[in-house]
Structures are given as structure tokens and as C-alpha cells.
Design a protein around this ligand. Sequence first.
Ligand code: FAD
Length: 386
Amino acid sequence: MTEPRKAIVAGAGIGGLTAAIALQRAGWQVQVYEAAQTLRTGGTGLSVMANAMAALHSIDAHVPVEQAGQVIRHFSFKKHNGDPIARMPIHEIGEQLGHPSVNIQRPLLLRALAQQLTPDTLTTGLRCVGYAHRPDGVTVQFEDGSTREADLLIGADGLNSVIRQQMLGETPTRPSGYVAWLAVTPLSHPVMTEGYVAHYWGRGKRFGLCDVGDGQAYWWGTCNHANATDAALNISKQEVLGTYAGWAPEVMAAIEATPESALLKIHARDRQPVKRFCDGHVVLLGDAAHPMLPSLGQGAAQAIEDAVVLADRLARTAHLRDALADYQAYRHPRANGIVNAARFMSGIEQAESPFACWLREWYFRLTPQSSLRKKNLEILSFKPCT
Ligand SMILES: Cc1cc2nc3c(=O)[nH]c(=O)nc-3n(C[C@H](O)[C@H](O)[C@H](O)COP(=O)(O)OP(=O)(O)OC[C@H]3O[C@@H](n4cnc5c(N)ncnc54)[C@H](O)[C@@H]3O)c2cc1C
């Protein structure tokens, strides 16, 4: 009997955990190393869109995620004061595809994935610092000076990936031009029906409000900032309230309900897309490969698609380098296309000039539901192969 192939995954985020599940189910021996002491217990929420749910379904990993989250039932764009602009047919597309889009608290998503790994897969508190090629595999180096050998190293170590840095050298991040505040908070409000999602648009500002189930709301607010560095993030809850003064009552209620300590502040960034995701027996996925701005809610979804396609290609051939080349060729057009689309959409959503805001509103008001459905269907469809 041949030995199972061995993979090391650097990073126990959404992409790394999904890759580990997919490979274990395909018969690989997998170890996941996470730099943090625990899986992320903080953090806020996110939407696992229909394409990601389809990808999870294809490896039979979708049920715990759906159970821990809240299916999106109503998705709309609104003016800052809550007046409707357009309804987005996200729920209908989910029904058509047979896979819903799901809002979920990030720690619950990580737990729902991690619980599907075989025992002792995950080691926390151990940072991967680099790798060295071997003719038939890779030696992975860790912060404590130890090394481990494997047939495959998966760099799933996020935006500031050290595996990417070694593979591709310096590839600077690109600022989004805005700062963002996020939180999950208990919220009861008549507007917040089951599966509610609304994006409220102002001038150079946005606010998102999502039902993540169990009486909890996930919200995020963005605001253009000339110098959107980390230093610009440190504003208080009172200042966030001031930023959205006069917005819809449910927006103000969500911020009011949030304890100051639950407020997360971030500066969203992406990177210029690259076409190279692999090097010898080392491969990148998720934010390590193609970090994107959050406008389309697709960063985690693309990490999940990467993981599932990677395991699929590895299962098709014993030639690991061929499988990685196939994964790279198949994944970079889709993932990089979404990086570009997210940046384009971000520009529209963060528009400041009255004319641009007026145009944006009328475009979405006048576009028929059938067209919105067609435009979203492409992104929300998971296609594991051509
Ligand atoms: C505000 C905001 C909202 C978003 N909303 C959505 C959304 O609604 N839907 C969606 O699909 N996406 C969304 N995203 C994007 C999504 O969060 C990311 O794309 C996704 O988390 C990427 O997953 P990942 O596994 O590639 O990386 P990460 O989630 O960053 O995980 C990387 C992991 O690797 C660990 N790590 C780092 N370095 C090392 C190392 N050297 N060794 C070992 N471990 C290491 C980290 O601690 C972390 O646990 C959003 C992003 C932001 C910023």
C-alpha cells in the first residue's frame, strides 16, 4: 500500500481550513499550523455567498456552516436615510442555484470548518516563517527553529503572507482610500427581518447591516479618508455615531447598541493581481494569493473555491506539479477578475461627487431585476472545471 501524501497548511483561516478538509477527504495526511494561539475568536461577520456554499457542498462541508449562520432572504441597496434604491436578487439566485448565501459570525464559521477536521490536525501558536525546496517535496520552517517535511505546502496565511513574500518577493498592498468600522451586536429593530441585508449609500460613506441569526446583527461602516492608514482608524464610537448622524434609524440603533470594546477598526487593502500562485511543491490560496477589497463579499468565497479546486486537481493526477499548474491556470482568471471587479465596485460605492452618487442611484433604480440577476449569477456560480 502507498503512503498517503502529506500536506502542510500555513494558516487556519477560512481558506486553510477548507483546504485541509478537502484534502483529508481525498485521503491526504494534513497538518495545519496557525500562528495565533487560538482560532480567531473575535472578529465580526461575513457573508458566505452561494458560490462558496456550492464549493463547500461539493466536499460535503456545507451543513455545519448553514446551521451556524443565517440564510440571506432580502438584500437591498438603500439611500443613507433608508429609502430604497434597489433590491438585489441574491435569495432568488440562491434558490435557482440550489445553494443559499449565508450570513455568519466569523468565529462560528471557523469553528464550523475546524470541527470537520480529523483530531490533532491543527497546531496553534506556531508561525511558519519560510520553506526550502527538495527534489520531491518541501521543507517547511517554523518560528521556533523547527522544520517539517511534506509533499506540499499550502500558503493560506492571509494578506501578509510570508509564503507569498518568499515566492513572489515584495508585492505592495494597495490602499482602499477608506477606513472601516465593524461589529457584531445584539439588535432588535423592526427593519431587521430574518435574513436582512442592506447596504446604505452616502457620499463617500457606506453602511452595511446584516442579520447573522440569534438576534445578532453584523454591521460595517466605511468612510473615505485622504490618509487611510492605520493611524486614521482610532476614532471612538461617539465619532462613528457622528459620522452617520442623520442616517436611517436602524443604522444609528446598530451603532448605539454596540459596546465600544466590540468595535473593530480596519483599513481594507488589496494587491495588484498576479498570475503566479505556485512554486515547486508550494502553492498559495485565498488572501495570500489574491487579496481583494470587500465590496463584492467574495474574499472568503474565493479562498473556499481555491481550496476545493486545488484538492480536485490534486486528486486527478499523481503529478503534483502538473496539478498545481492546472490549479493556477484555472483559478487566476476568476479570482483576479473578482479582485478587479471589487476595486471597481468599491469606487462606485465610495463615490463622493453628487453627480456620481445620482448616477449610481439611477443606474441601480432603472436596471431591471432580470439584468441584476444575470450580472450576479456569474459571480455566484461555482464552476469547479470548464
Ligand atoms: C471588512 C471585511 C469584510 C469582508 N466581508 C467578506 C464577506 O462578506 N464575504 C467574503 O467572502 N469575504 C469577505 N471578506 C474577505 C475575507 O475576510 C477574506 O478574504 C478571507 O478571510 C481570506 O481567508 P484566508 O483564509 O485566505 O485568510 P485569513 O482569513 O486572513 O486567514 C489567514 C490565517 O493565517 C494565519 N497566519 C498568518 N500568518 C501566518 C504564518 N506565518 N504562519 C501560520 N499562520 C499564519 C492568520 O493568523 C490567519 O488565521 C471581508 C474582508 C474584510 C476586511
